[in-house]
Design a protein around this ligand. Structure first.
Ligand code: S3P
Length: 423
């Protein structure tokens, strides 16, 4: 491919939105038809959980990404149900809020990595402010919930800035009488608010969120249709690769929600040319972007930008390794409690590949322009590190052997096919 060719790419549906739609089927006793549902492991984890609780999941024979969910009408569970959240923090935390709308005893478990991640951030507000009978195990999974279908309305300040915690409180507020308010220092991804608002609008409901009016009103043959826009976080690997290499790409029908596009703003600041065209903004903003490389220069990323690009920091670190000058990321200590400690794991491996970088408690510093060398890197089974290291290798044209490369299946099983179609 010569540099003036534009390669057009469409991505599987956005993971954050997919989780929310799938989990919401536990509260909607109607048919939910979803197009472009990603087949990533994390989303399958949410699907398996709703199935276990009684949602019918029907995949279209023609197109596996078209799925119909037939929501629950049974909301009472006699025996304790164990729900395996695998590697998915979004599933575990959102589920805590969703389950408070049901009646039953639930035990949430997860894999080794998820079992190390902090859960009190979601347990405390649900227990202390909303009266849910929920407890963790020393701050971690297993989480035990005894739900009676009712919670208390509250005013919640989202201290960690986590969209997962905010969403759990929002979902739990559906089981409360009265108004729940949530505030946060910087707006974190707002897919849950948008989805609930959209559902209320389409149901011609307005005012406070009220589960009984919103969800029981559905008639049995009523159906909802959603087409999930392309995953902006999966596209990030190719957008950064394009910004570094100068290979032009066009990404079609991408989610362009401003609470997720922080990394596009950073790449522009670094000198990449990125054109954004919003085509549809009824539920979530969706559009196309065209990326042309530029001569990248260093930049700083501070706390107020972090929520809008939290998942893209590893791939932005790769962009920084190719940029002229010293880049510094601060206010990002949340990275330490992701699928891996994304500060120490990222920086230790970038060093092995020859990148001039250092670790800080709340972020990292990278001085771009060093020669990247062949090395064996460990992804620590963290999908976002595995994909970032693969892009580093391609852009530097060196051989980087990445341990745990198959972890991409967590969010983007087609990643290596996309990569080889571009190079
Ligand atoms: C997500 C929120 C973010 C993000 C995660 C998905 C979501 O996590 O890192 O990949 O879908 O709400 P936090 O809420 O922990 O910041």
């Amino acid at each position: 491919m010569n540099n003036n060719d534009v390669k057009s790419l469409s991505f599987p549906g956005d993971k954050s939105i997919a989780h929310r739609l799938v989990l919401l089927s536990l509260l909607l006793n109607k048919k939910i038809q979803i197009e472009n549902l990603p087949d990533s492991k994390d989303v399958c984890t949410s699907l398996n959980i709703v199935k276990k609780l009684g949602v019918e999941v029907v995949r279209s024979d023609k197109d596996k990404s078209e799925v119909t969910l037939i929501g629950l009408n049974k909301r009472v569970f006699e025996d304790e149900v164990t729900l395996d959240c695998g590697n998915s923090g979004t599933t575990a935390r959102l589920l805590c809020g969703i389950l408070s709308n049901l009646k039953g005893r639930f035990k949430l478990i997860g894999d080794e990595s998820l079992s190390k991640r902090p859960m009190e951030r979601v347990v405390r507000p649900l227990a202390d402010l909303m009266g849910l009978n929920i407890r963790s195990t020393d701050g971690h999974l297993p989480i035990y919930i005894e739900a009676n279908g009712k919670t208390k309305a509250t005013d919640f300040f989202n201290q960690t800035g986590s969209a997962q915690v905010k969403s759990a409180v929002l979902f739990a507020s559906l089981a409360a009488e009265g108004k729940t308010t949530i505030s946060e220092k910087v707006l974190s991804r707002d897919h849950t608010e948008r989805l609930l608002y959209y559902l209320m609008k389409t149901q011609q409901q307005c005012g406070q969120l009220a589960c009984s009016t919103l969800f029981s009103s559905a008639v049995s043959d009523d159906r909802l249709n959603f087409s999930i826009p392309g995953d902006i976080s999966s596209a990030a690997y190719f957008i950064v690769a394009s910004a570094i290499s100068g290979k032009r790409i066009e990404c079609k029908n991408l989610l362009l929600n401003p609470t997720r596009t922080g990394y596009l703003r950073v790449l522009r600041r670094m000198g990449a040319e990125i054109e954004e065209v919003i085509k549809n903004d009824c539920w979530e903003p969706v559009g196309d972007i065209i990326v042309k490389g530029g001569n990248l220069k260093a930049t700083d990323i501070k706390a107020d930008e972090i929520p809008s690009l939290i998942d893209e920091l590893p791939i932005l670190a790769v962009a920084m390794a190719f940029a002229k000058g010293k880049s510094r990321v601060s206010g990002a200590s949340e990275l330490r409690v992701k699928e891996s400690d994304r500060i120490s794991c990222l920086i230790s491996q970038l060093k092995k590949a020859g990148v001039d970088c250092s670790e800080y408690e709340d972020g990292f510093e990278i001085i771009g322009g060093n020669k990247i060398v062949s090395a064996e890197l460990d992804s620590f089974n963290d999908h976002r590190l595995a994909m970032s290291f693969a892009i580093l290798a391609k852009c530097a044209k060196v051989d980087l052997k990445v341990k745990g490369r198959e972890s991409v299946d967590i969010s983007f099983p087609q990643f290596y096919d996309y990569l080889s179609s571009l190079w």
